[in-house]
Design a protein around this ligand. Structure first.
Ligand SMILES: [Zn+2]
Length: 398
């Protein structure tokens, strides 16, 4: 029987659900070897070029699995909203941003943070457009803010359209960049090693980002400019901040809100967590005008934003086992012992332990999942409020 008078030639709705709710496209990447080719899958919602536009990607660090599960849950919510005609802007979701990294395994271990062919950290060295943009667009800026936004976006798109990619990795970066470059909203979904939910953005986006911070339940929201590693999120927000400074007599709004969200730790791959996080992102998209509806006000914030230079990245003073003495979520004081470094080969087991201290008062929000470290490797992150003397220059870990 044909439901609701559907002509017999049209298949049931579920048969072509993707056409009715989201458009799924594939972007092929350059083949790294004969017989092998990877691609990006892109889920698009709403009318192309509708505003506002949101771009979300998951797991550019491919071993940060919680982000992909959040994207999966979010795509189900967005499919439903699209089916009901509730998408009011354009949403572009890349649920697996790094198929190259996701295929990198050595002896059973997934290694998705660095490209094994020498390309480095997948979330570092994203292009810095500021000089090229200032030169290209600066003379064209006028007194109409909306027109300036259009010109700057066109300038970024033009710069990207002139680039070509010879390698699979370069093609991945360029493809993701072209999808994100003109968005009003860019959310880069990650996780830490073992951590509470936390968030990074540039200072010019605060307090505009306070609702995102509250909505996702961020326990540490950190503002940095520049963080020193050129992560993906800064590639899209920093040019607006820089052009505002460079051309103070021209109205240039912060037209791209871009942030990196860390959805806990690498082992926190749980449906109930991902569903909770996806629902938070969905409400945020509603509040920002991407999906119609009436979301409740954001919950009480779990933290104030603090400078990234106030985060103590506690390092191991040597090689050995890391025995934590404090739990994630605990407030600690400068001088407190966060962990002990244990040398199980010490001649005298009584002398086998060295204390590892934090140098700031703050929230202990991230630690290493693998409880073994070499000298200089990160053991803990403690979010304080006051910038730290030893935290100058490059703030991001590698
Ligand atoms: Zn990451």
């Amino acid at each position: 029987m044909i439901a609701r008078g559907r002509p017999a030639s049209i298949p049931p709705r579920s048969w072509f659900r993707c056409d009715m709710t989201s458009r799924v496209t594939r972007i092929p990447l350059a083949s790294p070897a004969p017989g092998t080719q990877r691609h990006l899958t892109v889920r698009r919602y709403g009318e192309p070029e509708a505003r506002p536009k949101a771009y979300l990607q998951a797991s550019i660090h491919a071993d940060e699995l919680p982000a992909m599960l959040v994207a999966h849950h979010l795509s189900r919510l967005l499919d439903e909203a699209a089916e009901d005609g509730r998408i009011s802007g354009e949403i572009v979701l890349v649920p697996v941003a790094n198929p190259i990294g996701l295929a990198q395994r050595i002896n059973g271990a997934l290694l998705g943070r660095y490209e094994l062919d020498g390309g480095g950290n997948f979330n570092r060295n994203w292009p810095d457009f500021i000089e090229a943009l200032a030169e290209r667009v600066g003379p064209k800026l006028g007194l109409d803010a909306d027109e300036n936004v259009r010109r700057i976006r066109a300038g970024i798109a033009e710069i990207l359209s002139e680039q070509s990619a010879a390698t699979e990795l370069a093609g991945l970066r360029l493809s993701l960049g072209r999808l994100a470059c003109d968005a009003d909203l860019v959310l880069d979904l990650h996780c830490d090693s073992d951590a509470l939910v936390h968030l990074y953005m540039i200072p010019q986006l605060w307090p505009a980002g306070a609702d995102l911070s509250a909505e996702i339940g961020s326990r540490a929201t950190m503002l940095s400019e520049p963080s020193g590693g050129d992560p993906f999120d800064e590639a899209w927000s920093a040019p607006w901040a820089a052009l505002r400074t460079r051309f103070p007599d021209k109205p240039v709004p912060m037209a791209c809100f871009s942030a990196t969200i860390e959805f806990r730790g690498q082992s926190d791959v749980e449906d109930h967590l991902a569903a909770h996080d996806a629902a938070a992102l969905f409400r945020f998209l509603q509040r920002r005008g991407l999906v119609s509806g009436d979301p409740p006000p954001p919950p009480e914030p779990q933290c104030e934003a603090t400078p990234f230079s106030a985060v103590d990245m506690v390092k191991s003073p040597g090689a050995g086992l890391i025995a934590y003495k404090r739990r994630l979520g605990e407030r600690v004081k400068a001088g407190d012992v966060i962990a002990e470094l244990v040398d199980p080969m010490a001649d005298d087991p009584g002398q086998a332990r060295r204390p590892i201290h934090t140098r700031t008062d703050g929230l202990f929000f991230a630690r290493r999942r693998t409880r073994f470290a070499r000298s200089g490797e990160g053991v803990a992150k403690v979010a304080g409020a006051a910038p730290l003397e030893h935290r100058r220059g490059r703030l991001l870990e590698d």
